[in-house]
Design a protein around this ligand. Structure first.
Ligand code: DX5
Ligand code: ZN
Length: 227
């Protein structure tokens, strides 16, 4: 799956920018990744619920909301209630991530848990049993266009093994620095869903960039673990 990040799009033309990656089913983007930043959890500030609500009315692509915010326990369920397909919160910010996952699911979204590059998975394995997606950050959250941190692929491999052996049931997503040069290594490690901002919206033809990334990832046979 490919999820273009609108962080690298033109914020004054978000509906057009969503259309630019839509294409026909199976051809265009699978999800549209929406980076919500509050200038507290991360140093940058982007957009919030009113913009997401407008975007939901303007596009048919499922929205993948990545909340880089403090106090997600309080704010994240609103994105699920608005109709976001997947709502991801940071484990470093959540007070009660298991209760939060339940609230997100009860509000009709799938629940995602994200880890910053320096955050290990092991302390959170029980928590992850309550989540539908794991978002492994491959840059420090806050800005698009940074370089991919290959050391986070160890976490992807761990998650892939736990999913393949039935200990977790979730989709493994990666975010940060994904482009034509890095997507194959991520695919090989076992990523299911690739977020790409600058590699898609920095391209002359965003839809073709989505297709090219998907083709590269699909050309890799990831290592699969057996139980
Ligand atoms: C960074 C965001 C990413 C960002 C990725 O904090 O979470 O989603 O848009 O941008 P690229 O693909 O340019 O690294
Ligand atoms: Zn993101």
């Amino acid at each position: 799956m490919i999820a273009p990040s609108i962080l690298s799009a033109d914020f004054a033309r978000l509906a057009d920018e969503a259309d630019a990656v839509t294409g026909d089913p199976g051809v265009g983007a699978d999800w549209l990744h929406v980076d919500v930043m509050d200038a507290h959890f991360v140093p940058n500030l982007t957009l919030g619920l009113p913009v997401v609500e407008s975007l939901l009315r303007a596009t048919t692509i499922p929205l993948d909301c990545h909340l880089m915010i403090d106090d997600p326990d309080r704010w994240a369920p609103g994105y699920a209630e608005a109709g976001a397909h997947n709502v991801t919160v940071h484990v470093e910010a959540a007070d009660d991530p298991i209760m939060l996952a339940k609230n997100l699911r009860a509000a009709g979204a799938s629940a995602g848990l994200s880890v910053k590059p320096g955050t290990p998975l092991e302390p959170h394995l029980e928590t992850l049993k309550h989540y539908d997606t794991l978002l492994v950050m491959s840059v420090e959250p806050g800005f698009g266009g940074q370089s991919f941190l290959p050391q986070v692929l160890d976490k992807v491999r761990t998650a892939r093994r736990l999913v393949d052996t039935g200990h977790l049931r979730l989709l493994v997503e990666i975010d940060g620095g994904i482009n034509a040069d890095t997507i194959e290594a991520a695919a090989e490690a076992g990523v299911d869903c690739f977020v790409a901002g600058s590699a898609v919206y920095g391209a002359d033809d965003p839809l073709r960039a989505v297709q090219a990334l998907r083709a590269r990832a699909a050309g890799v046979a990831p290592h699969r673990w057996s139980g």
